[in-house]
Ligand binder design. Structure first.
Ligand code: AMP
Length: 440
């Protein structure tokens, strides 16, 4: 199927062509006709599937179609479309997509999110906007100050609804929805449909069309998953070694905590790997700059927490490294969603210490396969007794880690495991056990 078959306007087709896209992705093929027809939509689609354009394109089309939006309404200064997103980064990305695809439509868009001054947002809002992209907290600030008028909203989009739940935004969302006109189009996008997301969908969506483009929790098929077993206190040295040995660039490295990402970023930077950290304590300017530098290839590594990395749109990222495994196995899927996008292949490499075996087991269960694991000479783990995290409340893992390689089913032939390149570095130093003591 070609974009020209979807009934989109010449202005939109021109903008799509300028991006070099000819074929709509599956979620675009399925969702665009429903949205154009004015239906509510419930879409199960992860980032990387082209979901943003799947709602932005038909929304732009409806806003510029005088049959759908009578001309006199076009003079309204209040937004007619509200897109709610969980993070500032996603807000900025959705806004960028709206501006890209809407380049020839003359429609005005704005993103409002916290961490930056509210006054410029108020000024822009006063000048009039058609599409408002917002994080829930900052939008409530605007509602509280009466600096936004949501009474003209015709279409509501809840993007990454599952993440909004994870981040505790559900009450904010309900308060915002109360301010919207009762009659409107509702579109909900989510990477998973957990019970609470279904409940919200049930409450908000009217007779929705259903679109599902990926298996539940299915990771990008083209990603190669690899595990290197290593002691926690050897991970930094191992990571540095991998950067040096393989000349890595543009690696997104995940840590569990802000503190941990700062410490790792500092260590990498001190060792000559150009690095920035991306997490919620960074100012918006620092986050924007870090992301821009990373995308431009000026940084070899971006060290991020899960929440900060949510929704990052980085094309063709070759490699994601899990410096620590996430506690929630679904976050592994979100993390690796940054690589293997739009048909490109990618590698997800996890550095796994003995106290993370339970998380690894849960991830393998979710993936429904074992992940190939190896040990690098010089970095052999000395800690083999898994100690469960007190908070996890789970029994200890049964098998001790061994210096060995086991093949995962289905991806062994394209192993991304780095070859042992450090010979005779010999003894991994005696490692102190960090399990349960690390600041998370
Ligand atoms: P998203 O799932 O919205 O985060 O989009 C993932 C990436 O796919 C973005 O970088 C888009 O620019 C890109 N993209 C969106 N639609 C298409 C398309 N039809 N063909 C190729 N790439 C696309």
């Amino acid at each position: 199927m070609q974009f020209t078959e979807l009934g989109l306007s010449a202005e939109l087709l021109r903008a799509i062509g300028e991006q070099g896209y000819t074929t709509p992705t599956p979620v675009q093929q399925q969702a665009i006709p429903h949205i154009l027809a004015g239906r509510d939509l419930e879409a199960l689609a992860q980032t990387g599937t082209g979901k943003t354009a799947a709602f932005v394109l038909p929304i732009l089309q409806r806003l510029t179609n005088p049959l759908v939006t009578p001309l006199q309404k076009i003079t309204h200064t209040a937004p007619r479309v509200l897109v709610l997103v969980p993070t500032r980064e996603l807000a900025a990305q959705v806004l960028a997509s709206v501006r890209t695809y809407g380049a020839h439509t003359g429609l005005r868009a704005l993103a409002v999110f916290g961490g930056v001054g509210i006054n410029p947002q108020i000024q822009s809002m006063r000048r009039g906007i058609d599409i408002l992209v917002a994080t829930p907290g900052r939008l409530l600030d605007h509602l509280g100050q009466r600096t936004v008028d949501l009474s003209k909203v015709q279409t509501l989009v809840l993007d990454e609804a599952d993440r909004m739940f994870d981040m505790g935004f559900i009450r904010d969302i309900r308060r915002i929805i109360e301010k919207l006109p009762k009659v409107r189009q509702n579109l909900m996008f989510s990477a998973t449909f957990a019970a609470e997301v279904r409940e919200l969908a049930h409450a908000v969506l009217q007779n929705p069309a259903m679109v599902e483009v990926a298996r539940r929790n299915a990771p990008a098929e083209l990603v190669t998953h690899t595990v290197i077993k290593v002691d926690q206190d050897q991970k930094r040295d191992l990571l540095l070694h991998l950067f040096a040995a393989h000349g890595w660039h543009q690696v997104l490295v995940f840590c569990r905590t802000k503190h941990g990402s700062d410490a790792l970023a500092r260590k990498l930077e001190q060792s000559g790997v150009r690095t920035a950290a991306l997490h919620g304590n960074k100012s918006q300017n620092a986050r924007t700059r870090a992301l821009a530098d990373f995308k431009a290839g000026k940084l070899a590594a971006l060290v991020a927490t899960d929440i900060a990395a949510r929704g990052l749109d980085i094309d063709s990222l070759p490699r994601v490294v899990n410096f620590e495994l996430p506690n929630v196995p679904e976050d592994y899927i979100h993390r690796i969603g940054r690589t293997g996008r739009a048909g490109a292949s990618g590698e997800a490499l996890s550095l796994v210490s003995s106290d993370e075996r339970i998380q690894l087991r849960d991830i393998e269960r979710l993936l429904k396969r074992e992940i190939e694991s190896s040990v690098l000479p010089g970095f052999e783990p000395r800690h083999t007794n898994a100690v469960p995290r007190p908070s996890a409340g789970r029994p200890p893992a049964q098998k001790p880690a061994q210096a060995r390689t086991r093949s995962g089913s289905g991806n062994g032939s394209r192993s991304g495991a780095p070859r042992p390149a450090r010979s005779g570095a010999g003894a991994a130093k005696p490692a102190s056990h960090h399990s349960g003591q690390r600041h998370r």
